[in-house]
Design a protein around this ligand. Structure first.
Ligand code: FES
Length: 104
């Protein structure tokens, strides 16, 4: 499984919370939804670079803490009418452990 790195246990990320993972590509925000799905994207809002990891997760989106843009967790795309995209990364859960793939 080249490129996959074990990050933490699922419990290390609060439901509707996030965790920041430092990488050579910049900080990556790992999100956990209320129903335990996981998503990852650059911790940088496509609007003006706000820290998405500090936003509020609701459903399949996160609201940027700076100006309130909603960013889709599945693809990093801003919800219309806003436009822009945060690069997303593959993430998976295996035996209660969270894995992240760099460079998708
Ligand atoms: S920086 Fe995210 S909404 Fe402006």
């Amino acid at each position: 499984m080249s490129g996959w790195i074990e990050i933490c246990a699922l419990e290390d990320i609060a439901p509707q919370g996030s965790r920041v993972v430092a990488s050579e590509q910049g900080d990556i925000a790992l999100f956990r939804t209320a129903d335990d799905r996981l998503f990852a994207m650059h911790d940088k809002c496509p609007h003006r670079g706000g820290p998405l990891s500090q936003g509020i997760v609701h459903g399949d989106t996160v609201s940027c803490p700076l100006h309130g843009w909603k960013i889709g967790l599945k693809d990093g795309e801003a919800v219309a009418p806003d436009q822009g995209c945060a690069k997303s990364f593959a993430v998976r859960l295996e035996d209660g452990r969270v894995w992240l793939k760099f460079g998708r």
